[in-house]
Write a protein that binds this ligand. Structure first.
Ligand SMILES: Cc1cc2nc3c(=O)[nH]c(=O)nc-3n(C[C@H](O)[C@H](O)[C@H](O)COP(=O)(O)O)c2cc1C
Length: 355
């Protein structure tokens, strides 16, 4: 694979492949295996306490993860009373709780916080090479302090307007996240999920609009997709769903089985699990509560209501089964082998094109 762009040179990557930070699913072992194979290993720290993130970053370093990419959330937190009346949503969820003997759905609460002083102190102490944010960027002082700690600052854009905004507010690289992507849209300027461009349309338009490097994300799960991302103007490809079937990922067995069985039309975007639009495999909860989409509480309050269903899950029926549209291309194999395979496939695809 050519190491021929400013981003891969700066980070010393042998392959232009970023394993996506995925809160709850990424592990130190996953990040270290990706790094050992020449890609960028990542940890999703957006939904866990700072001490848990500290332990994961230290463990990843101990396992040799370098360079390391660490991700945080910087969502706007709903103010007091913003959740409105949770009575109706709790009543809709109640049958799922009762049939599992979980009692009443809980009252809404904030399950975790946006990036702030505590997370910054962690970055300053442990100095990951890349710090990325989901849902925009934190305030200017925090962005500057992260850079002063030696990290590149990245964030996801789902439209050209968001990419421009990120560049203007100090991002060193933009992840162009197409509509195919698994998990939450990184949307922060209010684009409707139904209006968001796919990766094929978004990446070249973002590459034309900003001067900083672009990383393509969404629906990329094999080397052909990595090669296509490079041809569209990206400096690297960020893959999430493709890594969920690696043994090193922390993924529920029912989620793994659902990914292995998924076809190209298996996903939908829903707010029902967390309150923000996110792409998941369809399951009993998304289908039975389809009509209640608009009643989901603001992010992340909705997540606090569905939390016990996730923790208790024995089946895929009520789990958030985050997945992009390319689940059908994913393979069950160790992460290092996957990175090597992706690099070889991309090199073959590019050679074939060169004739
Ligand atoms: C299980 C899962 C969890 C995710 N969690 C995060 C996260 O914590 N932070 C983040 O910036 N992106 C997160 N994403 C989105 C990825 O960064 C990336 O945009 C997406 O996986 C790309 O699409 P793909 O899944 O089709 O490869 C997540 C994606 C998945 C599938």
């Amino acid at each position: 694979m050519p190491r021929n762009n400013a981003l891969t040179e700066r980070l010393g990557l042998a392959v232009p492949i970023v394993q996506a930070p995925m809160a709850g699913a990424t592990t130190p072992g996953l990040a270290a295996a990706v790094c050992a194979a020449g890609g960028l290993g990542s940890l999703g720290c957006g939904t866990q306490p700072v001490e848990a993130s500290r332990g994961q970053i230290e463990e990843a370093r101990r396992l040799g993860a370098r360079p390391l990419h660490v991700n945080f959330f910087c969502h706007a937190e709903p103010g007091a009373g913003a959740g409105g009346d949770a009575t109706r949503m709790r009543a809709l969820l109640a049958p799922f709780f009762f049939e599992r003997g979980l009692g009443e759905p809980p009252l809404p609460a904030l399950p975790y916080q946006s990036f702030g002083a505590e997370q910054l102190a962690l970055v300053e102490a442990l100095r990951p090479e890349v710090v990325s944010f989901h849902f925009g960027l934190p305030e200017a002082g925090l962005v500057e302090a992260v850079k002063a700690a030696g990290a590149m600052v990245w964030s996801s854009a789902t439209t050209v307007a968001e990419a421009r905004w990120l560049e203007e507010h100090g991002a060193d690289a933009v992840i162009a996240q197409g509509a195919e992507a698994g998990g939450h849209r990184g949307t922060f300027l209010g684009a409707e999920p139904a209006h968001q461009p796919g990766t094929m349309a978004l990446v070249p338009q973002v590459a034309d609009a900003v001067a900083v490097p672009v990383i393509a994300a969404g629906g990329i799960a094999d080397g052909r997709g990595v090669a296509a991302a490079l041809l569209l103007g990206a400096s690297a490809a960020q893959l999430g769903t493709a890594f969920l079937r690696c043994p090193e990922a922390a993924v529920h067995p029912a989620h793994r089985a659902a990914l292995a069985a998924a076809g190209d039309d298996a996903t939908r975007i829903t707010r029902l699990f967390t309150g923000k639009p996110a792409r998941t495999l369809r399951n009993r909860l998304t289908e039975e509560l389809l009509e209640a989409e608009d009643e989901a509480l603001p992010y992340p309050l909705q997540l606090s209501l569905t939390g016990p269903l996730r923790r208790d899950a024995a089946t895929a029926e009520t789990l958030p089964l985050w997945s992009g549209q390319a689940a059908g291309l994913t393979r069950e194999m160790p992460a290092g082998e996957l990175v090597r395979r992706l690099g070889e496939e991309a090199a073959t695809a590019l050679r074939r094109l060169a004739g």
